[in-house]
Design a binder for this molecule. Structure first.
Ligand code: HEC
Ligand code: HEC
Length: 232
């Protein structure tokens, strides 16, 4: 009788712990393989000052669950393509040249790639990091449409986003992440919220706070939707 209870308890523990063991494995992998370059908790920005940005080796991931599309994350981790043409600290990767800035590829890292099984578990773990549920909850963006020409004008002439971002492969600024796949990579509320107030997400962002109103943010986000949906 006692043995029967013991077995029942062991089976329950065993069943109950299987998924936990998987998640713990993913968390351990991220802590050992990724934490040297990526913040998994909010850094003490106030205490560290701008040195935090200078020492940063990869984008912060402590709000990954508020930022990424989970399918994109899982697939990118297996096949990481370049998102920031000039890397995480553009000033270090730009070579002086006579006419325009050129990027020194030796200064950029090859991102580590995960197997399909690791990527699935790591993506699930990263999606659980949701430090900024507050900013997502406060966002009111509703996806809409914009004519392409008007979207382009908003992105370039009216707001100068093209100084730092490309909206077409090979066209636009190089110091920020490319934005022609932003809609595939990122959650719509994150895009709108980041455009409205990048500093709320990342106190040491290189992106200037624009002071755009809700309508202007929605037009820019709708443009990223339009060009993102055109990508293969
Ligand atoms: C040597 C430093 C380094 C290591 C180690 C590293 N990364 Fe990265 N990671 C980077 C850099 C730099 C980028 C920016 C790449 C780009 O924009 O082209 C990046 C980008 C990312 C992105 C996209 C982030 C964004 O905001 O666009 C994710 C997700 C990511 N890494 C996850 C991981 C995971 C998971 C691991 C561990 C398996 C890992 N990284 C290991 C440096 C690193
Ligand atoms: C002075 C350069 C600069 C300008 C101008 C700028 N950005 Fe950025 N932006 C950045 C950088 C750099 C990042 C990545 C965060 C970081 O490293 O600080 C970023 C991040 C973003 C992101 C999040 C993308 C991601 O993958 O993390 C969006 C969306 C974005 N910018 C949209 C815009 C829009 C729309 C405009 C015009 C209103 C704009 N940006 C103007 C530099 C700039």
């Amino acid at each position: 009788m006692k043995q029967g209870i013991l077995w029942a308890a062991l089976i329950l523990v065993g069943l109950g712990s299987a998924p936990v063991a998987l998640a713990a494995g993913a968390e351990e992998l991220v802590r050992t393989e990724c934490a040297a370059c990526h913040a998994l908790e909010r850094p003490d920005y106030e205490a560290l000052g701008i040195q935090e940005r200078i020492d940063r080796k990869g984008p912060p991931l402590y709000y990954a669950g508020n930022k990424f599309q989970p399918e994109w994350l899982e697939s990118w981790l297996q096949n990481p393509t370049r998102l920031r043409p000039a890397g995480i600290f553009p000033a270090a990767a730009v070579k002086e040249s006579e006419e325009f800035d050129v990027i020194d590829p030796d200064k950029l890292i090859e991102h580590p790639a995960l197997t399909a099984e690791q990527a699935s578990e790591v993506a699930t773990y990263l999606m659980s990091l949701r430090h900024h549920d507050d900013l997502i909850a406060a966002n009111t963006y509703e996806p809409g449409t914009i004519a392409k020409r008007m979207g382009q004008l908003n992105f370039s002439k009216f707001n100068g986003c093209d100084a730092c971002h490309s909206d077409e492969p090979g066209y636009g600024g190089l110091s920020g992440p490319e934005l022609y796949t932003a809609w595939q990579r990122l959650q719509p509320a994150f895009i709108a919220s980041f455009i409205a107030d990048p500093v709320a997400w990342d106190p040491h962002t290189l992106m200037p706070k624009s002071g755009l109103n809700e309508g202007a943010v929605a037009r820019l986000t709708n443009y990223l939707k339009l060009i993102g949906e055109e990508q293969p």
